[in-house]
Design a protein around this ligand. Structure first.
Ligand code: PLP
Length: 223
């Protein structure tokens, strides 16, 4: 098979596994959005996924996305691009201009910078708050005990368009307790969206209510 045929076949299989996992938990296939994580893979690989019907993509670096996506977005106006990696304050302008969804809102300074920039550009990408469910010191994200106050800041003071919570569980732990914790924090804050689950654990994440799964390797191959 060519690389492009592999990408199409992988997408078909993943979509059917998502539909099955959703069905098993009383949800429909369209209740879960597949975010195809194309970081490190060339624009040709993204184009192959688009040809196979995929229109939602995730990138973890602003600069890499700027190099790959403007032409693809111009050619496919319904393409939806998610930022899933850390956002530095000095890249906020570019991020607000390019991304449709920013999943990595993780600190007050960034919340304020996003509010200012959205006002300037009159463009409001939807946001997820990243939660450091494992409280890992080296990992980005709001600690679970600080989430409710941070949500209040984002909603009440800054009126940011936050739609949900996102997490990346610790590498060597079972992800289920982290997914359950994220779901509970989303429930009590009234959020409908949960971004959790990657190539190795997306079916588990769907069992715990994921509305967005971020899948790279299982679609595009090893990085
Ligand atoms: C790279 C990445 C993914 C995709 O991981 P895979 O294991 O390749 O599916 C998901 N989420 C984030 C935040 C990532 O950086």
């Amino acid at each position: 098979m060519t690389i492009n045929a592999h990408i199409a076949a992988n997408l078909t299989e993943i979509r059917s596994r998502i539909a099955r996992a959703a069905h098993e938990h009383g949800r429909g296939p369209h209740d879960v959005t597949l975010v195809a994580v194309s970081k490190t893979h060339p624009a040709d690989a993204v184009a192959a996924a688009i040809n196979a019907g995929q229109l939602v993509f995730g990138e973890n670096r602003v600069q890499e996305a700027q190099a790959k996506f403007p032409d693809l977005k111009a050619a496919h106006p319904t393409l939806e691009l998610h930022l899933i990696g850390p956002l530095q304050s000095n890249k906020v302008r570019e991020a607000v201009a390019l991304f449709d969804v920013i999943e990595t809102l993780d600190r007050e300074k960034l919340a304020r910078a996003l509010a200012d920039e959205m006002e300037k550009q009159k463009r409001r990408p939807a946001l997820f708050i990243q939660v450091n469910t494992g409280e890992e010191p080296q990992k980005a994200g709001i600690n679970p005990s600080a989430v409710d106050d941070f949500v209040k800041l984002c909603h009440d003071e800054l009126q940011l368009p936050v739609i949900g919570l996102m997490c990346i569980p610790p590498h060597h732990q079972h992800p289920a307790p982290h997914f359950a914790l994220l779901r509970e924090m989303a429930r009590r804050n009234g959020f409908g969206c949960l971004s959790m689950g990657m190539s190795g654990d997306y079916e588990t994440a769907i069992a715990f209510g994921a509305t967005h799964v971020r899948i790279g390797t299982a679609i595009f191959g090893q990085r």
